[in-house]
Structure formats: structure tokens, C-alpha cells
Design a protein around this ligand. Structure first.
Ligand code: GLU
Length: 446
């Protein structure tokens, strides 16, 4: 690392002690940027890195609510409004017991570059709570969301900050959050949240977008190298929104998804996963993936979800959570002949796993590029809301596809320009950085 990136990284670690995932996300971006600072001293002169790593605003708040038994509960709520150089803060809300300020900052930091890559006018932000929706009744989730929004509503707006879903926040939660926002503001401000229901301002394809986008960019990268997805064996971790729709699209393209997982374990079905059943278990019943065995006793279940990477496959799509694939897992995949890894989740590979994947010349698409389809389609939802319009599935799907192809082209071209051909990590980091950094210079020291 250059003295500039090293100096700022040291400062980040000192100023944000104990936030391991945040340090990891910053370091991963910084590692790509040295060639930029060598060529263009202007970014250092304008203190771009020092400003980039510091969120514009961080909000931490109490979220009190009452459970079904009448007990008072208190969770912690977060919104990190990270960077607004390119547009209103944009990024999801995560409800999961692991959420803390360091996690939200890592996600918010990644979101800045991811959103820049989409080419849409959206800044970066992220939020959430350590609330665990698992095992909660609908009424409890509703009361929690209402309490969360009672505070959050002061900080967001369609031109200020536009949250959406992430882990633990789907259509149900967005509905409760929107209802409370509308009630507090006495305003039908559709563009304040994305991922809304289709009858009340949501966009077609938003549900499918992250998973579909992941497969579109993977397809493009492989096509560029004359490889087809047809008949490839695919392992996908997770069985949430990203995993399910990645599985759907890649199956449509002729591949065979043989394993999926949830936080309790993984499922291996050699003849191919029955996705409609997974959808029913996960989306309709909010159940556990193990229930799949009731219909398919020939499938195998193992209760250590991270062991999913021991299954031999051609394509691995980590779509669960951060650091879910470590060096041992990556090595197993490599030993088993994997050809491509695409990150549906945010930062699912540890730095050691990334190194292995790169050293072994796999086709590797980092999350900032690979999972940008969700937020890109959120931006398309905002456009429709601003126009009081709704577009057809095909129109949105085509736009999503062209955004994903553009991200691939952009990141590849920038990687080549900086002498790191085929390194999409460097390409995505540099391409995203340049857009944000140039806007920050244009807008002065703010
Ligand atoms: N949570 C998603 C992401 O990580 C989507 C964010 C959004 O749609 O604003 O990009």
C-alpha cells in the first residue's frame, strides 16, 4: 500500500476500534486504489479518502416495543448516512442479531461504491437493528417496525435518504415501515422507501432483481470468455431473496442448482433443487430449509451451513452473509474444480478466500458489482414513483440487464486501463471510487 492509503487506513483503525468488518471493507477498497493515487495526486490533495471513510451522519437510536406476552423489549436502531455525492443516501435496512455500528458502517461503505457503479443518481447509506425477526409473530414485527420508523422518519425522505430491505427486511417489513411513515408525515411519499408492494408503488422485478442481476453479470463475464451456463452445476448458499432468485434465473439459463442453505444447515439434492418447494418453505411459511426432506427424502441435509462449499460444483454463489466463505472453503472449491464465484451477499469471502480465488484465476465477481442489481432496481422504482408511473416486467428486466452488463463493461475497462486486466475487484473498486471522488471534488469540501 502507498503511504497515503496506509496512513488513512491506520487512522480508520484507530478511530473506529473493534469494528473488524468495517476495517476489512475499507482495506479491501484501499488495496485497489494505489495506482489511482499514483496517476492522479488530485485525490490526495483534496483529502478524498479521509472524507470518504467518515460517514456524513450516523444515527443510533432506541427502539422500544412490546411483545405478545406484554413484555417490554428494547433494540438498537441504526442509520448510517454515508455519502451523498451522487444522490440521496440509498441502501437497505438489516434486521439481524449480529447488527452493530461496525456492521452497518461496513455495509454503508460498500454501498457507496456499489451504488456509484449502477450509474444511477444514488448516494450510499445503510441501516438496521439487532432485532431478530425469526420466531416473532406478525404483530410483533409490526410493532417493532412502527417503533423503528417513529424515530427513523425524522431522518429520511425521497430526496434525503431512501431505505429498502436487506437481511430480515422484506415486503412485509417495508409495508409496516411505510404505513408508519405515512401516518407520521401525513404524506403519501412513495419514493421514501423501495421494495414496496406492487399495488402501492413498488416496481416489478424488484423482488427478483438482486438474484437476477447476479446471474446476468455472471453470464456476461462467462460469455466474454466463451463459456455457457448451460448444464453447469451450481451451489448457492442462503435461501433468502437473493439466493432464491439467483437460483431461478440460473436454472432458466440451463444450469442445475444442487445445493442451498439457511443459517441452520445446507441441503444437497443431486438431481437438482425443487425451487418452488424452497419458495413455499421460505417465502410462504417462513420455515427452515430442512423441511425440504419431508417431500424429498432422497435429498441430504447437513446441519453445518458453511460446509456447503465442500460440494463439488462449477459455479459457487455465496448469497447468505459476510465472511461466509473462508480460505478452507475456497480451497475445497478450487480442489473440486470450481470455475466461477459470484458474490450475491455483501463481502461473503474473507480476504484470504479472495486471495485464493484470484491466485487460482477463477472467474470472480465481487459483491459491489455482482449484487448491485437490487439497488439498481430500487433506483428504477424511485424513477417510476417520481413519474407516478409503473413499467412492465420486461421493461424493468431489460433495464436491469443493461445496467449489469454496463457494470461489467465499466469495471473490466477500468481494470484494463490500470493494467490489471480481468481483475474485477480492482475494476469495480476503482470505477466506483472515481465517480464518487470526482463528484466530491466538484462539490467542494462539504
Ligand atoms: N440491501 C440491498 C443492497 O445491499 C438493496 C438496497 C436498496 O435497494 O436500497 O444493495
Amino acid at each position: 500500500m502507498s503511504t497515503y492509503t496506509e496512513k488513512v487506513l491506520k487512522m480508520v483503525k484507530k478511530r473506529n476500534p473493534g469494528e473488524a468488518e468495517f476495517h476489512q471493507a475499507v482495506e479491501e477498497v484501499f488495496e485497489s486504489l494505489d495506482p489511482v493515487f499514483e496517476r492522479h495526486p488530485v485525490y490526495e490533495e483534496h483529502g478524498i479518502l479521509e472524507r470518504l471513510v467518515e460517514p456524513e451522519r450516523q444515527i443510533i437510536f432506541r427502539v422500544p416495543w412490546v411483545d405478545d406476552e406484554g413484555n417490554t423489549k428494547v433494540n438498537r436502531g441504526f442509520r448510517v448516512e454515508y455519502n451523498s455525492a451522487l444522490g440521496p443516501y440509498k441502501g437497505g435496512l438489516r434486521f439481524h442479531p449480529s447488527v452493530n455500528v461496525g456492521i452497518v458502517k461496513f455495509l454503508g461503505f460498500e454501498q457507496i461504491f456499489k451504488n456509484a457503479l449502477t450509474g444511477r443518481p444514488i448516494g450510499g447509506g445503510k441501516g438496521g437493528s439487532d432485532f431478530d425477526p425469526k420466531g416473532k409473530s406478525d404483530a410483533e414485527v409490526m410493532r417493532f417496525c412502527q417503533s423503528f420508523m417513529t424515530e427513523l422518519s425524522r431522518h429520511i425522505g425521497f430526496q434525503t435518504d431512501v431505505p429498502a430491505g436487506d437481511i430480515g427486511v422484506g415486503g412485509r417489513e417495508i409495508g409496516y415501515l411505510f404505513g408508519q411513515y405515512k401516518r407520521i408525515k401525513n404524506k403519501y411519499e412513495a419514493g421514501v422507501l423501495t421494495g414496496k408492494g406492487l399495488d402501492w408503488g413498488g416496481s416489478l422485478v424488484r423482488t427478483e432483481a438482486t438474484g437476477y442481476g447476479l446471474v446476468y453479470i455472471l453470464e456476461e463475464m462467462l460469455k466474454d470468455n466463451k463459456i455457457s451456463l448451460n448444464n453447469q452445476k451450481v451451489v448457492i448458499s442462503g435461501s433468502g431473496n437473493v439466493a432464491i432468485y439467483a437460483a431461478e434465473k440460473i436454472t432458466q439459463l440451463g444450469a442445475n442448482v444442487i445445493a442451498m442453505s439457511d443459517s441452520s444447515g445446507y441441503l444437497y439434492h443431486e438431481k437438482g433443487i425443487d425451487l418452488e418447494l424452497v419458495k413455499e418453505i421460505k417465502e410462504v411459511n417462513r420455515g427452515r430449509i430442512k423441511e425440504y426432506l419431508q417431500k424429498y427424502p432422497d435429498a441430504e441435509y447437513c446441519d453445518k451451513c458453511t460446509d456447503i462449499w465442500s460440494i463439488k460444483c462449477d459455479v459457487a454463489l455465496p448469497c447468505a452473509t459476510q465472511n461466509e466463505m473462508d480460505a478452507d472453503a475456497a480451497q475445497q472449491l478450487i480442489d473440486n474444480g470450481v470455475i466461477a464465484v459470484g458474490e450475491g451477499a455483501n463481502m461473503p469471502l474473507t480476504p484470504e478466500a479472495i486471495k485464493l480465488v484470484k491466485d487460482n484465476d477463477l472467474f470472480y465477481i465481487p459483491g459491489k458489482a455482482a449484487n448491485a442489481g437490487g439497488v439498481a432496481t430500487s433506483a428504477i422504482e424511485m424513477t417510476q414513483n417520481a413519474m407516478f408511473d409503473d413499467w412492465t416486467f420486461d421493461k424493468v428486466d431489460q433495464k436491469l440487464k443493461s445496467i449489469m452488463v454496463n457494470i461489467y463493461d465499466d469495471a473490466s475497462a477500468v481494470a484494463e486501463e490500470y493494467g490489471m486486466e480481468d481483475d474485477l475487484v480492482a475494476g469495480a473498486n476503482i470505477a466506483g471510487f472515481l465517480k464518487v471522488a470526482n463528484a466530491m471534488i466538484d462539490q467542494g469540501v462539504v
